[in-house]
Design a protein around this ligand. Structure first.
Ligand code: 5AD
Ligand code: SF4
Length: 477
C-alpha cells in the first residue's frame, strides 16, 4: 500500500481526525484517529458509517468525545511505537474521564489482540479489520464493565453494502476499497497476518459507490487493495469460473467499468504487484483518458537473490520487463515504487543492484524504508535480521539522496509543458495559491485567480522543486 504522498522518507501518515454529524443523534460523540496506509483511512470511513448509524456524530475535538478509536498500523516497529505513545496519552485522559471508551482498531489490534487489554491495560476495546460491524456491540459491552475484543478474521467480509461516511466533507478525491487482505506472503510483511485472506468486493457495489461520489461532487477515486492486480470476482485464484450463470470481472475489466462511470471522474489505483500486473491492465489504462497515467509498482530490491528471500515471486529481470511494458504501452506514465534497505543478509553488492535498478528505471517517486523485523513473518522465522542498524541507515540515506535527484529530474522535465490539474484546494503555504495533482500524481501549485476546487485546469509549468511543480493556469479543461 502507498504511504505518505509527499515525502520520500520513512515516515507514515498519521493522526488525522474528522468531523461528521449524524442525523439520528444520541448526543454521543466519536473521535477517530487513523495511522498508516490508505486502506486504514478508508476503513475509518466505514467505521464512521457504522457508528453514525448507531446515532453517534464524529468530532475533531478529542475533548468532547465519548468514544475514541485509533486505527493502527503494524507494518514497521516505529509505526507501532507512535501508536503506543498516543495510547499512553489517551490513558491519562481516561484517568480524568473514566467514562471515556478508548478502542484500538486495525493491524495492531489484530496483531496484539488481548495483550493491549489485559497485560498493558491501555485500551477498553480491541477490534480487528474484519470486526467493524461489531463495534456498536463492543462499545456497549465496555459500558457494562467488560473489556471487549473481536479480532476474528473473515474469508468474505468486504463491507460491500456499507456506504462509507466521507471524512473530508466537500472533498474531491476519495478512496474506494475494492478488495481486502493479501495471499502473497512476502517474507517481510505482517499484512497477511493482520488483514487475513484476500477477497474481492462485488463490482456492482464499487460502481454504485463511484457514481454516488460523482453525484456528491467528487472528481477522483483511488481504487484500493493490497494487490489490485489479483482483483477477481466470480473467479477462483486459478482463474476458473465459480458460478457459470454470473459474469466474471478481473481488475482490467473493473477499471474499464469505473472509467465508464463518467469522463469527469479521474481514476487512480494502488497497489500493483509486479508479479501480477498484466499488459491488459496497461492497455485499459492507455485506452481511457480518465485513468491516470501513474503506477505505484513496489520493487523492494533490485537484486534477484534478495527478492527470492523476500518471497516476492519475481526477479530483477521480470520487474524491468514490466517497466518496459509500461513505457511501451503508456509512454507518459509516471512510476513510483517502495524500497526496503537492509533486508536479512543484504550484502553491499546486493544493495548496489538496488542502486543500479534505480538508475535504470529513474522512478518519479519512491517510498523508502529500513527493514524492520516483524513477529511471526516468514523472514523472522527463517532469516536473521543481521544488517547492522548503521548500515541500514547509510543505505537508506544513499537511496533517498538518489531518489531526490531523480524526483527533481522528473519534475524538471515538466517545465514548459502544460499539464491537466484537478484542483484539490488551497495550497498549504499560501492562501493566494491553489494546488492539485496532474495525472502523473505530481503536486502542482498555481495562482488562485478565479479557479475553484473540483475544476480541471490546464496549468503551464514554469518552475519546480523535487516535490512540487509551480506554474500559471492557462484555461479550464
Ligand atoms: N520493514 C520495512 N518496510 C516494510 N514494508 C512492508 N513491511 C516492511 C518491513 N517489515 C514496506 C514495503 C511495502 C510498504 C507498504 O511498506 O516496502 O511495499
Ligand atoms: Fe505485504 Fe506483499 Fe501482501 Fe504487499 S503484497 S501486503 S508487501 S504480503
Amino acid at each position: 500500500m502507498e504511504y505518505n504522498q509527499n515525502k520520500v522518507i520513512d515516515e507514515d501518515r498519521q493522526g488525522d481526525a474528522v468531523e461528521v454529524q449524524s442525523n439520528n443523534t444520541t448526543g454521543k460523540k466519536l473521535y477517530v484517529e487513523s495511522y498508516g496506509c490508505q486502506m486504514n483511512f478508508s476503513d475509518s470511513e466505514v467505521v464512521a458509517s457504522i457508528m453514525t448509524n448507531e446515532g453517534y456524530s464524529t468530532t475533531r475535538n478529542i475533548e468532547e468525545a465519548d468514544v475514541v478509536l485509533i486505527n493502527t498500523c503494524s507494518i514497521r516497529d516505529n509505526a507501532e511505537q507512535r501508536v503506543r505513545n498516543r495510547l499512553t496519552e489517551f490513558k491519562h485522559r481516561k484517568e480524568q474521564n473514566p467514562d471515556l471508551v478508548v478502542g484500538i482498531l486495525g493491524c495492531m489490534a489484530e496483531r496484539l489482540k488481548k495483550s493491549l487489554l489485559e497485560e498493558e491495560k491501555l485500551v477498553d476495546l480491541v477490534a480487528g479489520p474484519d470486526a467493524y460491524r461489531d463495534l456498536p456491540n463492543l462499545v456497549e459491552e465496555v459500558g457494562t464493565g467488560q473489556r471487549a475484543v473481536n479480532v476474528l478474521l473473515s474469508r468474505d467480509e468486504t463491507y460491500a453494502d456499507i456506504s462509507p461516511v466521507r471524512l473530508d466533507q466537500g472533498g474531491i478525491s476519495a478512496f474506494v476499497t475494492i478488495m481486502r487482505g493479501c495471499d502473497n506472503m512476502c517474507s517481510f510483511c505482517v499484512v497477511p497476518f493482520t488483514r487475513g485472506r484476500e477477497r474481492s468486493r462485488d463490482p456492482h457495489t464499487i460502481i454504485e459507490e463511484c457514481r454516488d461520489l460523482l453525484s456528491k461532487g467528487y472528481r477522483e477515486v483511488t481504487l484500493l487493495g493490497q494487490n489490485v492486480d489479483s482483483y477477481r470476482w466470480n473467479l477462483t485464484s486459478k482463474g476458473e469460473v465459480k458460478d457459470a450463470n454470473q459474469p466474471t470481472t478481473n481488475f482490467a475489466q473493473l477499471m474499464e467499468m469505473v472509467a465508464l462511470v463518467s469522463p469527469e471522474l479521474r481514476i487512480r489505483f494502488s497497489t500493483s504487484h509486479p508479479k501480477d500486473m498484466t499488459d491488459d491492465v496497461l492497455e485499459i489504462m492507455a485506452k481511457y483518458e480518465n485513468i491516470c497515467p501513474y503506477i505505484h509498482l513496489p520493487v523492494q530490491s533490485g537484486n534477484s537473490a534478495v527478492l527470492e528471500r523476500m518471497n516476492r515471486g519475481y526477479s530483477r529481470e521480470w520487474y524491468l520487463d514490466r517497466i518496459a511494458s509500461i513505457h511501451r504501452l503508456i509512454p507518459n506514465c509516471a512510476i513510483s515504487t517502495d524500497i526496503i534497505t537492509g533486508f536479512c543478509g543484504e550484502t553491499d553488492e546486493e544493495h548496489a543492484e538496488t542502486i543500479s535498478l534505480m538508475e535504470q528505471v529513474q522512478f518519479d517517486f519512491a517510498y523508502m524504508f529500513k527493514y524492520s523485523e516483524r513477529p511471526k513473518t516468514l523472514a523472522e522465522r527463517r532469516f536473521e535480521d543481521d544488517v547492522p542498524e548503521e548500515v541500514k541507515a547509510k543505505r537508506l540515506n544513499e537511496i533517498i539522496e538518489l531518489q531526490l535527484k531523480h524526483s527533481r529530474l522528473s519534475n524538471d522535465k515538466q517545465i514548459g509543458k502544460t499539464v491537466k490539474v484537478l484542483v484539490e484546494g488551497t495550497s498549504k503555504r499560501s492562501e493566494e495559491h491553489l494546488c492539485g495533482r496532474n495525472g502523473q500524481n505530481a503536486m502542482v501549485v498555481f495562482p488562485r485567480e478565479n479557479y475553484v476546487k473540483g475544476q480541471y485546469v490546464f496549468v503551464k509549468i514554469t518552475s519546480c522543486t523535487s516535490a512540487t511543480l509551480r506554474g500559471e493556469a492557462v484555461s479550464i479543461c
